[in-house]
Design a protein around this ligand. Structure first.
Ligand SMILES: NC(=O)c1ccc[n+]([C@@H]2O[C@H](COP(=O)([O-])OP(=O)(O)OC[C@H]3O[C@@H](n4cnc5c(N)ncnc54)[C@H](OP(=O)(O)O)[C@@H]3O)[C@@H](O)[C@H]2O)c1
Length: 301
């Protein structure tokens, strides 16, 4: 396997695609953004953009000459992933980073997520089969668990309403989970491309921190210098509400069940690895962050 230098990315303007593209730029990769003809996304001005239909023949032409491809499209784009992988292999690409950035193949999610997971796994299977049949083609999945700084800022249901200085603590607030910051997600992608041998044909497990709600609440109070208003809730109520909304086809079920499974007491559903040293973070150069560092990032966002 030769050194990876030329990298194409699908989904470059997304929530995760933006920090990943920035990290690739900082690491001096030669980047091409691939996007749909109908996309209205805004991209960094200094990068080449290739607008193309997502058909096998168009994508094979588009990916010719690339060393690696990163797929970080949102849920609407996941069905196109299999075609992206087939095109990458046909074009002679060495490494395809499949769309995970979640809980990976060993996820212990609620059964309601089965259909979403199946769609994702379909693409992963295509990558596995292509790698088995062609020793030049390899893949990596990057399992990052909770995107902790982004998610805490964006979703107060995760327990921290930064604008109002109030918290919702589920159950005892002691359930441990792991999270990766946006900077960590960007570095994880760079780390995979810098370590192609060690990361070939597997899912790497990444985390910036292992923590719990009570530790985060203390850190928010230290950082803001005042006592936050604390409400209590239960994961049991959240699970019941999420499952009811799932049955009724109300979209809020996803966030309710994502939050419920993070804090589901005693279940360790959202521990990507037991600790930073036991994850792939050291190999990939993803820094271990303290709870105060993560909270500072949330407050700065
Ligand atoms: N672990 C977590 O809690 C968590 C949270 C959020 C996201 N994620 C995962 O991270 C990955 C990226 O998510 P994101 O939130 O960054 O995505 P996003 O911002 O929603 O979308 C990223 C890009 O996907 C492309 N896209 C959207 N709809 C498409 C379609 N129908 N066909 C083709 N492309 C489409 C668009 O790019 P163009 O317009 O350039 O084509 C869009 O800018 C996903 O796998 C997502 O599940 C995980």
């Amino acid at each position: 396997m030769t050194t990876i230098q030329k990298v194409a990315i699908f989904g470059a303007s997304g929530n995760f695609g933006t920090p990943i593209t920035a990290a690739l730029q900082d690491a001096n990769f030669t980047i091409t953004i691939i996007t749909r003809p109908e996309s209205t996304a805004v991209f960094p001005r200094d990068l080449p953009i290739l607008r193309t239909p997502y058909t096998l023949s168009h994508l094979t032409t588009a990916l010719h000459g690339q060393d690696a491809v990163i797929c970080v499209v949102g849920p609407g784009g996941v069905p196109a992933q299999a075609t992206m992988i087939e095109a990458a292999e046909a074009a002679g690409v060495q490494r395809f980073i499949v769309n995970d950035f979640g809980w990976g193949p060993e996820s212990n999610s609620f059964p309601e997520f089965k259909a979403i997971a199946a769609q994702r796994r379909g693409g992963w299977e295509v990558a596995r089969r292509k790698a088995e049949g062609n020793s030049r083609f390899t893949f990596t999945g990057i399992t990052t668990g909770n995107p902790i700084d982004w998610a805490m800022k964006r979703f107060p249901m995760m327990g921290f309403d930064v604008a109002n200085g109030s918290a919702t603590i589920y159950d005892s607030g002691t359930e441990q989970f792991t999270g990766t910051t946006l900077a960590g997600i960007g570095q994880a992608v760079v780390g995979v491309l810098l370590h192609p041998q060690e990361t070939a044909n597997r899912f790497v497990k990444v985390l910036s921190i292992r923590t719990c709600q009570n530790e985060l609440l203390e850190a928010f109070q230290r950082a803001t210098g005042h006592t936050w208003t604390v409400q209590r809730d239960t994961t049991q109520r959240l699970v019941a509400s999420g499952k009811r909304h799932f049955q009724a086809g109300v979209g809020s079920w996803r966030l309710e069940l994502v939050v419920a499974q993070m804090f589901d007491e005693g279940q360790a559903r959202c521990l990507v690895a037991p600790s930073w040293v036991e994850s792939d973070s050291p190999l990939l150069g993803v820094m271990e962050e303290r709870v105060d560092d993560v909270v500072a990032k949330v407050l700065q966002m």
